[in-house]
Design a protein. Structure first.
Length: 118
């Protein structure tokens, strides 16, 4: 699944680069959307994000492409790989600006783990 985000001035630090926290928020959001599209009707919460390494700078006006792919499906959890590129680059030819793996767990109304309904 691919999603896009425009980097605006309010996302930048005083050096003119994207604040890392904004990128982490967007990555979490994109993976969460993928989980909800793949398994509608389940309630998911984020339980982990693997390595956080900002590989290249991101500036005002960059359009980011978030490529989200399901990696692993368990009974109560699901994991996604998220890679971030500039808008005109693809996985084959582009530079990965950021990548991580996100894991979500399905919860019931009391916030306890439950089986993913497929």
């Amino acid at each position: 699944m691919k999603n896009y985000k425009l980097v605006l001035p309010e996302h930048l630090n005083h050096y003119g680069f994207l604040f890392g926290g904004h990128l982490l928020k967007w990555v979490d959001e994109m993976a969460y959307i993928a989980a909800n599209i793949d398994f509608p009707g389940n309630d998911f919460v984020t339980i982990s994000m693997d390595d956080v390494l900002f590989k290249h700078s991101i500036r005002n006006g960059d359009i980011l492409c978030f490529s989200t792919v399901r990696r692993k499906l368990g009974n109560t959890s699901v994991s996604y790989s998220v890679k971030v590129y500039r808008e005109n680059e693809t996985e084959e030819e582009g530079t990965v600006l950021f990548e991580t793996n996100m894991t979500f767990v399905s919860i019931d109304q009391e916030g306890k783990k439950q089986m993913i309904v497929r």
